[in-house]
Design a protein around this ligand. Structure first.
Ligand code: PAP
Length: 341
């Protein structure tokens, strides 16, 4: 199977673009990017040297900022689009696998399934990696993004908008998963970031697409206001009752499981195919790489670490746990959303 991931190198696309209007617009976005970049507030980066704050969210100055500006300026949504939205390290890889397998379950058999030979990230395009490339994709498109709900263009969220599936996770597990992952990708010339530093930055909201709580609340509120448009899931509930959640997912996506499928065990087959145990042991996920941009190339194995609920607590001190729990309660107060202790 082809990887669906387009090249996120916007400059390259602007140079190879043939359409007059498009290249003009692309140039305008690139000019806007170059103009605003030097004036944006800077914070310490986890993977890159710095993060920059744009419209209230912390982003890597090149890939993520450009990606966001591109989506805001150029993405043409379709009402049939399904967009998987996540904050990094909350279950993106798993959700991609489950959604891809659910939507395409009559197309592929479980013994020669694309997910056996392609990392889940290769099965769905990442919106920020240049939305212009997606115009040629057939409908219905399965997409993914890390962009906060409130920063998405109105064309994606109002009226004939896309549908979103969002997954969140306990912030302690997100923080630790992110810290370990980012240090693996951090260039050798930059000293590794300590857990204490990462903790402080995370609590201050300074992490990719952070603050985490704002990201979660944006999608949570949207799911309450328009439940038919936004399905809100938790990593922990997916771990506890994967079959129940996959059935909800199928229903939401407009691909409900029939009684016959349920009795034949199709839901369980999908859960098994997409399980941490299965995916993390596949050759492709042990030894291949994902090329996210010309600079960002990630070993697939880094997307699979432990896949456990509550592992973050074994890295954090009691004081850290207390503080992050307090921040979480404060931020989520009155929202109706809670995480475990
Ligand atoms: P990304 O943002 O870089 O794509 P993402 O997939 O959101 O990462 O999160 C990775 C986490 O999901 C890892 O958690 P850990 O560090 O606490 O172990 C990873 O192990 C976990 N993960 C990946 N695939 C699965 C899966 N199939 N089932 C459960 N957890 C998974």
């Amino acid at each position: 199977m082809d990887s669906f991931l387009p090249s996120p190198d916007c400059d390259t696309i602007s140079k190879t673009d043939n359409g007059q209007i498009d290249s003009h617009l692309i140039q305008k976005t690139n000019e806007g990017y170059r103009e605003i970049l030097p004036n944006l507030p800077r914070g310490k980066g986890w993977m890159t040297e710095h993060l920059v704050q744009y419209q209230g969210v912390w982003l890597t100055p090149n890939f993520a900022l450009k990606g966001l500006m591109w989506v805001q300026d150029h993405f043409k949504p379709r009402s049939t689009d399904i967009c998987l939205a996540t904050f990094p390290k909350t279950g993106t890889t798993w959700l991609k696998a489950l959604t891809f397998a659910t939507v395409n379950r009559t197309r592929y058999g479980f013994t020669d399934h694309p997910l056996l030979t392609t990392v889940p990230h290769g099965c769905l395009p990442f919106l920020e990696a240049c939305p212009k490339d997606l115009d040629g994709f057939p409908s219905p498109r399965l997409l993914s993004t890390h962009i906060p709900y409130t920063l998405l263009p109105n064309s994606m969220t109002v009226n004939q908008s896309c549908r979103f599936v969002y997954i969140c996770r306990d912030p302690k597990d997100v923080l630790v998963s992110k810290w370990l992952f980012m240090n693996k990708l951090r260039p050798k010339e930059l000293a590794p970031i300590s857990l204490e530093e990462a903790f402080e930055l995370f609590c201050q909201g300074i992490s990719h697409y952070g603050p985490y709580w704002d990201h979660v609340l944006g999608y949570w509120k949207a799911s309450l206001e328009t439940p038919e448009k936004v399905l809100f899931l938790k990593y922990e509930e997916l771990k506890e009752e994967p079959s129940v959640v996959v059935k909800r997912l199928g229903e939401f996506l407009g691909h409900p499981f029939s009684l016959e499928e349920v009795s034949k065990g199709v839901v369980e087959e999908i859960v098994k195919l997409c399980s941490f145990e299965n995916l993390s042991n596949l050759e492709v996920n042990k030894s291949s790489v994902l090329k996210l941009s010309t600079q960002i190339i990630i070993d697939n194995r880094h997307f699979f670490r432990k896949g456990k609920v509550g592992d973050g607590k074994s890295y954090l001190t009691d004081e850290m746990i207390k503080r992050i729990n307090e921040i979480t309660s404060e931020k989520l107060l009155g929202s109706g959303l809670v995480f475990g202790s």
